[in-house]
Design a binder for this molecule. Structure first.
Ligand SMILES: [Fe+2]
Length: 262
């Protein structure tokens, strides 16, 4: 009887084990890491189209019954249409992005070169709670990076799948379309939750995740103070940027200004 119970627990533990896919893109002096995860039959983000073969292999080596997305960007949704057809599984994304994902991505050339494009797919709206065979995930809306961004929290395991919400404790560059004050609000909301390990789409597994999310918020609050202090002294935007961010990051050139310093 004991043996049977032990073996049952083992099966559940293995089902809840986080499987990790990782690949890199190197171009023009920039290296970008991509991570995708499978946990308890759920693929979290399908990676960029350029990594299709690797992602497909990863998916066929693990039990898979659905794809969920943290947001609509092409490096998170690039293989969804293909995998849905091939494996006959459903996909879910925030309700705000279902229409965007029906169509092929409209993205700048440098991102097409980096990631490849997203083919259109028909997703369903993410529920607020995802019930898998052996695990339950809370879906938390965390806008800022994009309006549809969500993270997936397994409260029981203390594991958070954070998409592009975290990436680095000291954010160095941001896109023009990002809303940093809103992202800060999302970080504050997230810090009300209990978790330890963070699984990031570009930084991988972070064991000290909660504290690093806290550090990221503190860093952004410090930057906000620096900007406001200068603004209240009467400095214009150009002068504030020159004082706080004296160097232009390489990505700002080849993204034609889509990326700039935070
Ligand atoms: Fe993103």
């Amino acid at each position: 009887m004991t043996l049977l119970q032990t073996s049952g627990c083992l099966r559940i533990d293995r089902a809840r084990e986080v499987r990790i896919f990782n690949s890199k893109v190197q171009m023009m002096g920039t290296t970008l890491n991509v991570y995708a995860y499978i946990v308890d039959g759920m693929l979290i983000d399908s990676g960029p189209h350029r990594m299709r073969k690797g992602i497909e292999y990863f998916c066929t080596q693990n039990r898979l019954d659905k794809i969920v997305h943290t947001h609509f960007h092409e490096d998170h949704t690039g293989n969804t249409g293909y995998l849905m057809r091939k494996l006959r599984i459903p996909a879910y994304i925030h309700a705000n992005s279902i229409d965007i994902c029906q169509e092929k991505g409209i993205i700048p050339v440098y991102r097409l070169v980096f990631w490849g494009n997203r083919r259109g797919f028909t997703a369903e709206a993410l529920p607020s709670i995802i019930e898998n065979d052996h695990s339950t995930f809370k879906v938390i809306h965390t806008p800022g990076h994009t309006q549809d961004h969500v993270v997936f929290l397994d409260k029981e395991e203390g594991q958070l799948f954070s998409g592009d919400l975290f990436v680095h404790p000291k954010t160095r560059v941001t896109r023009r379309t990002e809303n940093i004050p809103l992202l800060m609000e999302s970080l504050r909301k997230l810090l009300q939750e209990s978790f330890a390990t963070v699984y990031c789409a570009h930084a991988g597994k972070i064991s000290d995740g909660y504290n690093l999310v806290k550090q990221k918020l503190a860093h952004l609050e410090d930057l906000q103070d620096q900007v406001l202090t200068r603004f209240n002294k009467g400095l214009g935007i150009k002068m504030i940027v020159q004082e706080i961010f004296p160097q232009t990051p390489t990505i700002a050139y080849y993204s034609f200004g889509e990326f700039f310093f935070v």
